[in-house]
Design a protein. Structure first.
Lengths: 385, 220
């Protein structure tokens, strides 16, 4: 119960009418821009004034950076100061944490064994001799971390991953949760670049005579970890990590240079949705719809493809009837889907903008009955009032 | 190799759909907009104003009323927001965060007005012109009187009253916008409601309006 009363509601509606007719929102942009420009100019003046002092401070800063202390690390619950090269062994039933002074950590599972072999101000090298470990490295400029297991080396800047190293079988099971890494080993010619969600299962142990020389890399797999024994992993398209970094323009450019049509053919429905998002957010509605439609062709009711096409029609092409059709399609395909409320709200607004007020009103009534406090409730009330 | 970490909606990792339409298609989603704002992108600043100026204006008008100071306040909200965009923790909550900034600016305005009134001995019964050419005179008058009553209340009480009873926000949203606990909001609301009923009840025109509904109707 919100306690709102007719009296205040009427006056709020009157105020809305005033705002509609006298809105000053349009003139704000220029003023804000002016203010920011003035500040930049003032800042420039200050910069000139301070430059001499900055030069002097710079000398001090250079000395300070040169003397920057290397990282340190603590081991176990008690936070005992870790020693370089000393073995760290996790007991039968108790994991051990190595926590570094920059916030990075390695959690060594029971029966695991590791040691920190080198450490400096940019990062550390850790040797995992046995067992499973979860690793999180805080990203830093010029950060340099290395995790070694037998012949494998993982080169890290900032990321989170899990690994399991079996020294007897010389087998590595690696899963990357966040960021990107490169794994090198004599049997991984040129190394393997992995991005978030990928996993690698590999062993460099020598093969039977008939396969001598061939690496025993089993699979580089997506999160489902589907195995493809003996199959060479496909190269990872450069657009995906850029999409993960929210650099949509660069991601789309990368997809175009890689071959957009080719990507449409070879990608999974989930990848196609992501590619559609990349194109949409990079301001290329045509390619966005191409990708979403390709996703629908591969899997007709894939997740939110209908909703996404509706968004493009609504936000980019301003074709509200088409948008309404797509939002309605989404709702029929996924009536309880995670975007159902948004789709219903958008459907109502699309009909309103298309001038179909009776349809908009009907959707508004249905919306209010399901989402009386939803983000489109105000619009629904105005339409149904 | 196919690897896209995704949640059930598939959109969550890269493009959460919390944000509504935007003037600029490049920044249709709040996350992309915030990212660009943090990078100092001027086009993103324009897009932010395009997308939220009307909303900010309405929240301000609900709290301080519609008057000639409103454009300055909207301007102040965006300048404050752009200055502190790095403080926004979740880009998807841009709109809620902006509402908090708006409340902050509105509070400053209410406090300033109170000080000014006290220092200049301005007569308290002077009514601002609330668009009498847009509204029927009786409504325009009632609106002006409503904000005169609210203006006499302590700023923090005025804000919670306006957000809760005029903007129709939930308690949790009011608490979030005011950056205080729900308990504090409830306490302020109790005081504000009491004060408002007493003050507004003394105004013949507002009393007439109040008697149209049940909630504020004078008890026999």
């Amino acid at each position: 119960v919100n306690g709102r009363d007719d009296f205040l509601r009427d006056l709020a509606a009157a105020q809305d009418e005033v705002l509609r007719q006298r809105s000053i929102a349009g003139g704000v942009k220029a003023r804000v821009r002016q203010t920011l420009a003035r500040r930049t100019s003032r800042r420039r003046t200050w910069l000139v004034t301070l430059s001499v002092a900055a030069a002097a401070l710079g000398v001090v800063a250079i000395v300070a950076v040169a003397r920057r202390a290397p990282l340190t690390f603590a081991v176990g619950d008690a936070g005992a100061r870790g020693e370089l090269g000393a073995p760290i062994v996790a007991a039968e039933a108790k994991p051990v944490d190595l926590v570094f002074s920059d916030g990075s950590y390695l959690a060594l599972a029971p029966r695991g064994r590791a040691r920190v072999t080198s450490i400096d101000e940019r990062g550390a090298a850790i040797l995992v001799e046995r067992g499973r470990a979860d690793v999180s490295v805080v990203p830093r400029k010029n950060g340099s971390w290395r995790v070694e297991m037998g012949p494998f080396e993982i080169h890290v800047k900032g990321t989170r991953f899990s690994l399991d190293w079996d020294p007897e079988a010389e087998r590595l099971d690696f899963q990357l949760h966040k960021g990107a890494v490169v794994i090198t080993a004599p049997c991984l010619a040129g190394g393997r670049a992995l991005v978030a969600g990928e996993s690698l299962q590999a062993s460099c142990r020598a093969q039977p005579p008939e396969e001598e020389g061939a690496p025993a890399v089993e699979a580089v797999a997506p999160p489902t970890r589907a195995r493809a024994r003996g199959a060479a992993p496909a190269p990872s398209p450069a657009w995906r990590p850029r999409a993960g970094a929210q650099d949509y323009r660069a991601a789309l450019d990368a997809a175009l240079s890689f071959g957009f049509e080719r990507e449409l053919r070879r990608s999974s429905p989930a990848d196609l949705l992501l590619l559609g998002d990349v194109a949409r957010l990079a301001g290329d509605p045509a390619r966005a719809v191409q990708a979403y439609e390709a996703a629908r062709r591969k899997h007709p009711t894939v997740d939110r493809s209908a909703f996404a096409i509706g968004l493009v029609e609504f936000d980019h092409r301003h074709r509200y009837r088409a948008a309404a059709d797509w939002f309605a399609t989404y709702l029929s395909e996924q009536p309880e889907g995670p975007l159902a409320e948004e789709a219903q709200g958008r459907l109502m607004e699309a009909w309103q903008r298309a001038g179909e007020i009776s349809k908009a009103r009907a959707v508004g009534e249905a919306y209010l009955s399901r989402h009386p406090r939803g983000q489109y409730a105000d619009l629904a009330r105005r339409l149904t009032r | 190799v196919s690897s896209v970490p995704s949640k059930s909606s598939g959109l969550a990792e890269v493009v959460p759909i919390g944000a509504r339409r935007a003037a600029s298609s490049r920044f249709a989603e709040d996350e992309a907009l915030v990212l660009a704002l943090r990078g100092g992108d001027r086009a993103a600043m324009d897009a932010l104003v395009d997308k939220y100026a009307t909303y900010v204006e309405r929240v301000l008008a609900r709290i301080v009323g519609y008057d000639s100071e409103l454009p300055d306040l909207v301007h102040d909200v965006f300048v404050t927001a752009l200055d502190s965009i790095d403080g926004l923790r979740q880009a998807a909550l841009l709109k809620e965060w902006l509402r908090g900034v708006t409340v902050f600016v509105a509070r400053g305005c209410l406090r300033r007005r109170r000080r000014r009134r006290w220092l200049t001995f301005r007569p308290d019964d002077e009514l601002p012109d609330v668009a009498s050419d847009v509204l029927p005179s009786n409504t325009a008058d009632a609106l002006a009187r409503l904000y005169r009553v609210l203006g006499r209340m302590p700023p923090d009480e005025c804000i919670v009253f306006a957000l809760r009873f005029i903007s129709e926000l939930e308690l949790a949203e009011v608490a979030d916008a005011c950056r205080v606990s729900r308990t504090t909001v409830k306490r302020r609301l109790q005081r504000a409601e009491k004060r408002f009923a007493a003050e507004a009840g003394r105004d013949p025109l507002l009393k007439e309006w109040m008697n149209r509904g049940e909630r504020w109707k004078e008890q026999p």
